[in-house]
Ligand binder design. Structure first.
Ligand SMILES: [Zn+2]
Length: 460
């Protein structure tokens, strides 16, 4: 039995159903789960460990629903800096093909460290390339070593160039092997229980790198084991054209054809979806991982996120891979989501000055996407808000710093409007992952040197 009391919190934003924001708030966590939430005066004044968070805002840990950790090794690659999705991929596939098994562990530590330092407590990763004996097991180990909750995807590519796909044949895998390895990983690592640290997801990469047979077989396998399904969908106009030419359907209709519609499925991007497709997502429970920085970086377009929210679609936030962002800063991504949504509204010709319900995403809406929304997308009801019975996952930011000077009329909104800050504390299940701005679980400096060496080797 161990207890953690966090009290004197300047502002505790719970993101519960009432959207309660408690001034001088407190949390009491026992064995990883929240036992009490309220004002400091209402809660006990002692525990095994006590943290005084005067001058801090506390929020539920942010939840990242889409990433490719391995891409931290290929950030800002010159030849891929100014390319759209298909050209970017064709430039990077041969570089990624040189990865060694150790690269998976090292790049995962880098990405999870950045995420933890920006307020993230749960992350999903989409690993779909396994060159030279690389394994998902190394990523899962890195997740446990850092101490963030990880939804690790066994991704895959099976449709190479010779079959009309985009990736070179050298990076695709045999479909029987993909399915066998997926089953092994689910049996070995997937934990569906409340407070789970590791879940496994089946995640064929995209319509243009996978056969319909593998899509269908992955869906059957995932449903047999009760694990989630994830893929990229409707990211670019090129992809839409590819699907119409090859399958005779738009991307979402193709998903229906291969049994990929349901509440156990979430799609990264969904930039190019029409109103019928949005309704279909809402009716069937399909989730969306919104990745605003990546959509801007690759000039993919603007996802209609406010329309999705109004229609009742589950929307979460994702930083996407580090070769198309090129950052894993979750709080920064919340800001991008808010700003990009407003840009979308202005392009649609909305009258931003009218008194009508203005189609502007608010700071609180953007934060809700990254907490409650992301939890729903990952199929979890034990994270995403600070309420009794939920996981003791939160982050805290000191508001007495330059970034927020002059913005303390609304410290919660300031976290989104002002320059993205680092987390001073990040706690997962009552355990400190970041304390006073420092990562507790990994010695970062030697790690960064090792990570840079591996990145250099890949490019040279
Ligand atoms: Zn992606």
């Amino acid at each position: 039995m161990s207890t953690l009391l966090v009290h004197n919190i300047s502002l505790l934003a719970t993101f519960d159903d009432q959207e309660s924001e408690i001034v001088n708030g407190a949390l009491f966590i026992r064995d990883g789960f929240i036992e009490q939430v309220g004002s400091t005066s209402e809660l006990p004044n002692t525990a095994d460990e006590v943290l005084n968070l005067e001058d801090h805002v506390v929020l539920p840990g942010l939840i990242n629903t889409h990433h490719h950790f391995y891409q931290t090794l290929t950030r800002a690659v010159p030849a891929a800096q100014d390319a759209n999705l298909f050209n970017w991929l064709v430039t990077l596939y041969p570089i990624w093909a040189r990865m060694q098994p150790e690269d998976i562990y090292i790049s995962t530590i880098t990405a999870l460290a950045e995420l933890a330092l920006s307020g993230c407590t749960t992350a999903s990763d989409h690993l779909y390339i396994f060159p030279n004996g690389s394994r998902l097991d190394d990523q899962i180990q890195a997740g446990l070593d850092i101490g963030l909750r990880l939804h690790a995807s066994r991704g895959s590519m099976s449709r190479g160039e010779s079959q009309g796909g985009l990736p070179p044949d050298s990076v695709v895998e045999d479909e029987d092997f993909i399915l066998k390895d997926s089953q092994r990983l689910v049996e070995q690592y997937h934990d569906p229980n409340p407070g789970s640290m590791t879940q496994v997801v089946l995640a064929p990469c995209s319509p243009f790198s996978i056969t319909g047979d593998l899509m269908m077989a992955s869906a059957s396998l995932a449903r047999e084991y009760g694990v989630q399904l994830h893929t990229h969908l409707a990211e670019t106009e090129d992809e839409e054209q590819f699907c119409i030419e090859l399958f005779g359907h738009r991307p979402v209709a193709y998903m229906e054809q291969v049994n990929w519609i349901g509440s156990d499925v979430w799609f990264a991007h969904s930039v190019h979806v029409n109103e019928d497709e949005i309704d279909q997502y809402a009716r069937t429970g399909c989730g969306v991982a919104h990745c605003p920085s990546s959509n801007m970086r690759l000039a993919s377009g603007i996802a209609p996120i406010l329309k999705m929210l109004t229609s009742g679609v589950k929307v979460g936030l994702g930083v996407d891979g580090s070769a198309s962002n090129d950052s894993s800063h979750m709080l920064g991504e919340v800001r991008q989501a808010m700003l990009l949504s407003r840009m979308g509204a202005s392009l649609e010709g909305a009258s931003l000055s009218s008194d009508d319900a203005c189609p502007m995403m608010s700071a609180r809406q953007a934060l809700k996407i990254a907490t409650r929304g992301s939890a729903a997308v990952l199929g979890r009801d034990d994270i995403g808000s600070l309420e009794v019975g939920k996981c003791g996952d939160f982050f805290a930011v000191n508001i007495e710093q330059l970034n927020f000077s002059g913005a303390l009329h609304d410290p919660l909104a300031a976290l989104v409007f002002c320059a993205p800050a680092s987390a001073d504390f990040t706690v997962v299940g009552g355990k400190f992952i970041v304390k006073e701005g420092h990562l507790q679980t990994v010695d970062l400096q030697p790690h960064i040197e090792k990570h840079n060496d591996r990145a250099m080797r890949l490019l040279n």
